[in-house]
Write a protein that binds this ligand. Sequence first.
Ligand code: AVJ
Ligand code: FE
Length: 370
Amino acid sequence: MTANSKAAIAERLAEARERTLALIEPLDDKQLNAVYSPILSPLAWDLGHIANFEELWLVQTIGGRKPMDGDLGRFYDAIENPRKTRGELPILRDAELRAYMADVRERALDVLGDVDISPGAEEPLLREGFVYEMLLAHELQHNETMLQLLQMVGGYESALVDSLAEPEPVAPGPETITIAAGEYEIGAGERGFAYDNERGRHTVELTAYEIDRTPVTNAAYVEFIEDAGAELPLYWEPDGDGGWVDTARGRRAPVDPSRPVVHVSGEQAGAFARWAGKRLPSEHEWEAARPRLDGVGHAWEWTSSDFLAYPGFEAFPYPEYSEVFFGPEYKVLRGGSWATHPSVARPSFRNWDLLQRRQIFSGLRCTRDA
Ligand code: AVJ
Ligand code: FE
């Protein structure tokens, strides 16, 4: 690859960082350090972790340089430090945090100048710029985690977030689409960036099914609540008049009936599907239908699938991204939400969380056997 593509990488890294900083721009240091929920990190932890991950991979691993700040990395290890403990850690804060983020970036760009990122590069991490794609995806994925927390910050005002959250209309069309029985290719192809859990690409056999063309709306979810006494989505409250308000970010906005429902748990998603006489799709069914689905990118969509390794899985470049989470406790979500950067959500991208969680921007789409 040429200097040109290195310039493109540097520019995309700068864009991701601009987005990160724009998200926290309305906040003061006290808000960055505050713990809002035991299942989410203080924003200062996410920021330091984004920079420390960059130091670890782009500066230490690729650049061969020593850690800048002793064993600081220990406190930013996501596995070693459960979210509920992160507010108490001796992490970087305030001006020191900002200086570290800028310092790491400067060094990372310095290292980028010297490396071979061609498809034939000797170092597998560098081939086709893999490690840089991983770093970009990582920062943008943490932007979404930050946006989850920002829903809990009363009075948070951001034109960027308002525009991201603006509903995109779903085109009218048939209620369901039918997918024929047959063999379907699942997973990421050889070329291009993907996480280890999306490989290897393999064939699955599916029986015929119907899948909803659009995700479940707030209007449909309200019916479920009123008919079946279902749990409210996170941030909803009764308005006292028989309706519902969304209280995210400390606002009180009437629930928009036409928008896809978000902040529902996997348990409630499954219960909704059963109530509607349907079921959740498996992740295979979701992916096989993806090229024909509308409304992708509004909400992560719960599937019925456990987060498991595909056949021939090999951890790359580290087992703590995917492998340590494989098992029946974690369920796969597909698609992407309004808070997901479009470059993150490939058709093969697999998100996962515990069934009871609803701090993520999670909704659903129903399926049934054809
Ligand atoms: C893919 C969203 C489940 O947040 O645990 C960020 C993404 N991995 N840093 C997570 C991730 C490492 C991951 N999810
Ligand atoms: Fe991370």
